[in-house]
Design a protein around this ligand. Structure first.
Ligand SMILES: Cc1cc2nc3c(=O)[nH]c(=O)nc-3n(C[C@H](O)[C@H](O)[C@H](O)COP(=O)(O)O)c2cc1C
Ligand code: SF4
Length: 413
């Protein structure tokens, strides 16, 4: 497994507050290498690596970079999405707090590749510690000539600014995030145009997740094909898993794609399976699967074929002490609270779902409530304007599929 560890290799071995520690483990060598190179070669390597975004949608990173590169505008931006607002996800915080220079180096390389001169890190408002560590790391990088004007004598100038979010989950959605940096209300924009064409201040913008960008130094130094040799046919490289809930050992674990959920919970989480009832993948916006599916492997496309997703890598283990309907109601309350209110299916529909779930919690639901729940779940995901509404009912939809007998039983009661 050791050769399959990329992002966490140096964690706990280097001091995140000391740039020299990062330099000693080949830090900023990837930047030195690319500054002598044609930006198109970097994009070629990233495309060869088949790296896909780790913010949830799993879009091909090389293709996104190429789109921004191809835009004719002279002003372009990079945005690092460090909002990490979905409960159960904490791997971006882990990366920022334990290896901030790996991320900073990835951002500068991405900026050089697409032809931008400025990046923003949009960081979750509650992440004070991550923010302070990043600010210190940015200062150190500037002092050593890896940021600012004429980076390592290359004529390339780069600036990175940190922007704090204000606790709104929807501002993690890329276009709402851009609106927020622009000083507007954080509500999603219509797409297209995509941010690669018209992003921040209407300029072409490369927007990527913390983990996605942190992979770039490794790919540059080791080659895209080496990265692509790890993982499965459709999902290359490794993924950080935020493991939490009813496990003996929770935390962030880096695994190659293709690793089973059983291995993550049983071996990495040191947990036995007798009491486990459900596993939620990705956070409240993800599906809930029964223990019988624990052999499932982490693989983006294979999971999609079964209508499943791991989102940003959260695995929340739930044992049989918990009432499934209360968990679902909690999930739905989160989205009700975080809905920006722009579109009716999400704003009103989620409220109705919460109401019907309360009927199930209190054994007051009947067959027509179940039919309405099923219908609403479908229509909210099909008609909501942005990913928040589209994914808000995934947990309900998956339990209607995998735990249907529990609904029927509640109705009989
Ligand atoms: C409601 C909502 C919240 C999101 N929150 C985050 C987030 O906190 N961090 C993140 O990287 N992506 C988040 N995303 C996904 C982003 O819109 C975007 O796809 C992602 O940042 C792109 O980066 P990637 O290609 O590296 O995955 C969110 C999407 C939605 C719909
Ligand atoms: S789906 Fe929800 S969060 Fe997204 S635009 Fe509509 S109301 Fe706002």
């Amino acid at each position: 497994m050791e050769e399959n560890i990329i992002l966490t290799k140096h964690i706990n071995k280097i001091n995140p507050m000391a740039i020299d520690d990062y330099i000693k483990v080949n830090g900023y060598e990837a930047l030195k290498k690319v500054l002598k190179d044609d930006p198109l070669n970097i994009i070629k390597e990233i495309k060869e690596s088949a790296l896909r975004g780790r913010g949830g949608a799993a879009f091909n990173t090389g293709i996104k970079m190429e789109s921004v590169y191809n835009e004719k505008e002279t002003d372009k931006y990079v945005i690092c999405n460090a909002d990490e607002g979905e409960p159960g996800n904490f791997k971006d915080r882990y990366l920022m707090e334990n290896n901030p220079h790996q991320l900073i180096e990835g951002i500068i390389i991405a900026g050089y590749a697409v032809g931008s001169t400025k990046a923003h890190i949009y960081i979750r408002g509650e992440y004070d510690k991550s923010k302070n560590i990043l600010m210190h790391a940015l200062k150190e990088a500037k002092e050593r000539g890896f940021l600012g004007s004429n980076i390592i004598g290359s004529n390339f100038n780069y600036e990175i600014e940190i922007f704090s979010g204000m606790g709104s989950y929807v501002c993690g959605e890329e276009t709402a995030l851009i609106e927020s940096i622009e000083g507007k209300v954080g509500r999603p924009r219509i797409k297209p145009p995509f941010p690669t064409v018209k992003g921040l201040f209407d300029k072409p913008t490369l927007l990527n997740n913390v983990e996605t960008l942190s992979n770039i130094p490794y790919i540059v130094l080791n080659g895209g094909s080496k990265y692509a040799s790890i993982g499965t046919e459709s999902s290359k490289g490794t993924m950080l898993i935020s493991l939490s809930g009813n496990v003996k050992r929770s935390g962030v674990f880096e695994v190659p794609f293709g690793t089973s959920i059983k291995y993550i919970i049983g071996v990495l989480g040191e947990t036995t399976f007798e009491k486990i009832k459900m596993i939620q993948l990705g956070g409240p916006s993800g599906p809930i699967i029964p223990l019988e599916m624990v052999d499932l492997k982490i693989d983006i496309d294979a999971m999609r074929k079964s209508n499943l997703s791991i989102g940003s890598g959260a695995i929340i283990v739930i044992d049989n002490h918990f009432n499934m309907f209360e968990i679902l109601r909690k999930n739905i309350r989160f989205f009700e609270h975080e809905s920006c209110g722009k579109c009716t299916p999400c704003r009103e529909g989620i409220r109705q779902i919460r109401y019907i779930l309360s009927l199930f919690v209190n054994n007051l639901a009947n067959q027509s409530d179940l039919a309405m729940l099923e219908e609403l779940t479908h229509y909210i995901s099909e008609t909501s304007f942005c990913g928040l509404g589209q994914a808000a009912t995934n947990s309900v939809a998956s339990t209607l599929k995998y735990f249907r007998s529990e609904y029927e039983m509640r109705i009989k009661k």
